[in-house]
Write a protein that binds this ligand. Structure first.
Ligand SMILES: Nc1ncnc2c1ncn2[C@@H]1O[C@H](COP(=O)(O)OP(=O)(O)OP(=O)(O)O)[C@@H](O)[C@H]1O
Ligand SMILES: [Mg+2]
Length: 438
């Protein structure tokens, strides 16, 4: 079958423990088809940020080369996930140029609103990643979720803005581009995970996705289908492993295997008195410990993470989110470290709302072995790329007279989320993010 190159989309999740590249193609029948994927260990990141550009580039290059060999296509450009403690968010209200309004608010007006907010964003050393329109005010009347079809002379938008440190984003971009791949668009990693793991109902009713990776736990709250809250907790699987390594004076690699094989946050887990032999750094003989000791260590760390999640969710912005959605709120845990047995129950008890473990929910679009929490992010990045991308010329067609800085638009382009190509898998069409160039 002849494949049109413009239908090919690539996604790269540059994670703290691994780089994962995924190549898919837009398909009329099922929206998206995964052509191939490759995962390579990454040693160049700490807590979600690039500290060693060369090591990260090398992991990206290996991952991309492997996939190219496999599928027979060159990966020229890709959508790339971004995360880290440098990510900040704010809610901002902006008056939208009423000159463009024709009396009745259209879908284009709401799209334009998000774009205008995105282009008005100015903060030294920061780069905008996403602008999501979460509410509107018409002639001063606030709290309107979907104003399309309503009459007004003055449109204001309340937007949730996600930005990152320009230097950190620059390093990520350098790592990708040094591997020979152009950055086509940036996607906040947990937003991506939210696309692949949450159901449409969950995003509509109010849901929080927490992606617990190797270096960070990334949080995104969805309300009425849109992103309304983002946050990062600088704890991930690394800390669990590190606790084991330092307590038993063993290598990180040994501690990682001990964790994967024996750890549980469930204090009622069976076989707690099994004896385990641990190689100790600088000692010939093995240290004998009980499995219980490993479980106690990870349980303490899991309790700390559970408490930090609760504190984040009790924060002001989140309180706002919750009051709107009441008892339907669901928390979904994904990312590799969410695989720790007993962790979902522990978070449920600590936070006191519905909590479930989330694996990518993409039906037949995705091969079975990608339906694991470590692939939630890369699958969501691919969905964003497949679903949201609009070329500059298409964009100009949608909003020919948009009040945006055309020079910025020429150089950065605009990524516009569209409904439709893959049915109802993604939320409402009121979100924009700037493309690649920093
Ligand atoms: N069964 C398991 N029990 C406990 N931890 C696990 C399990 N399986 C994987 N992990 C942990 O998951 C982490 C890797 O998860 P993931 O691949 O989602 O991270 P990442 O995307 O590389 O990192 P980040 O998103 O923080 O940049 C590792 O710390 C690993 O130890
Ligand atoms: Mg990750």
């Amino acid at each position: 079958m002849q494949i049109d190159m413009k239908d090919i989309v690539a996604a790269i999740d540059v994670g703290t423990t691994k780089v994962c590249t995924l190549v898919g193609r837009r398909s009329d029948e099922q929206g998206m088809e995964v052509l191939g994927y490759s995962t390579v260990k990454n040693t160049g990141m700490k807590k979600g940020v690039v500290f060693d550009v060369d090591a990260t580039t090398s992991a990206i290059r290996d991952s991309v080369n492997a996939i190219e060999k496999n599928i027979g296509y060159k990966v020229k450009s890709a959508f790339v996930g971004v995360t880290g403690s440098h990510i900040q968010f704010e809610n901002r209200r902006e008056n939208i140029q009423t000159g463009n309004l024709k009396g009745v608010v259209t879908g284009e007006d709401t799209t334009r609103a998000a774009i205008e907010v995105s282009y008005k964003f100015e903060a030294p050393g920061r780069q905008m990643i996403h602008a999501n329109a979460i509410g509107f005010a018409l002639d001063g009347e606030e709290g309107i979720r979907n104003p399309v079809g309503m009459h007004t002379t003055q449109l204001e938008v309340e937007a949730h803005l996600v930005s990152g440190d320009a230097d950190q984003i620059g390093r990520l971009k350098k790592a990708v581009e040094s591997a020979g791949v152009k950055v086509e668009g940036l996607v906040l990693q947990p937003i991506a995970s939210g696309f692949s793991v949450l159901t449409t109902e969950e995003r509509e009713n109010g849901a929080v996705i927490i992606d617990i990776g190797g270096g960070t736990s990334d949080i995104v709250g969805f309300r009425s289908g849109n992103v309304a809250y983002t946050g990062v907790i600088p704890i991930g699987g690394y800390q669990f492993t590190n606790d084991i390594a330092t307590t038993f004076n063993t290598t990180f690699e040994t501690a990682e295997s001990l964790k994967i094989e024996h750890a549980s946050a469930d204090y009622q887990a069976g076989a707690l008195h099994d004896e385990i032999s641990v190689p100790v750094i600088g000692r010939d003989s093995l240290l004998k410990i009980h499995r219980l000791e490993i479980c106690q260590l990870v349980r303490e760390r899991a309790l700390e993470l559970g408490r930090m999640i609760r504190i984040k969710l009790e924060s002001e912005q989140f309180g706002d989110l919750e009051s709107d959605t009441t008892s339907d709120m669901t928390i979904v845990l994904t990312g590799g470290a969410s695989n720790l047995p007993g962790f979902t129950d522990l978070v449920r008890r600590t936070v006191g709302v519905n909590v479930r473990h989330g694996v990518p929910q993409l039906g037949e679009m995705v091969p079975e072995d990608l339906k694991e929490p470590i692939y939630s992010t890369v699958l969501g990045i691919l969905l964003s790329g497949v679903n949201e991308w609009v070329s500059d010329s298409e964009f100009k067609e949608i909003i020919p007279d948009a009040n945006v800085d055309t020079q910025l638009m020429e150089s950065d382009g605009v990524m516009q989320r569209l409904l439709g190509r893959i049915g109802n898998l993604v939320p409402k069409p009121i979100s924009v993010a700037r493309k690649g160039r920093v």
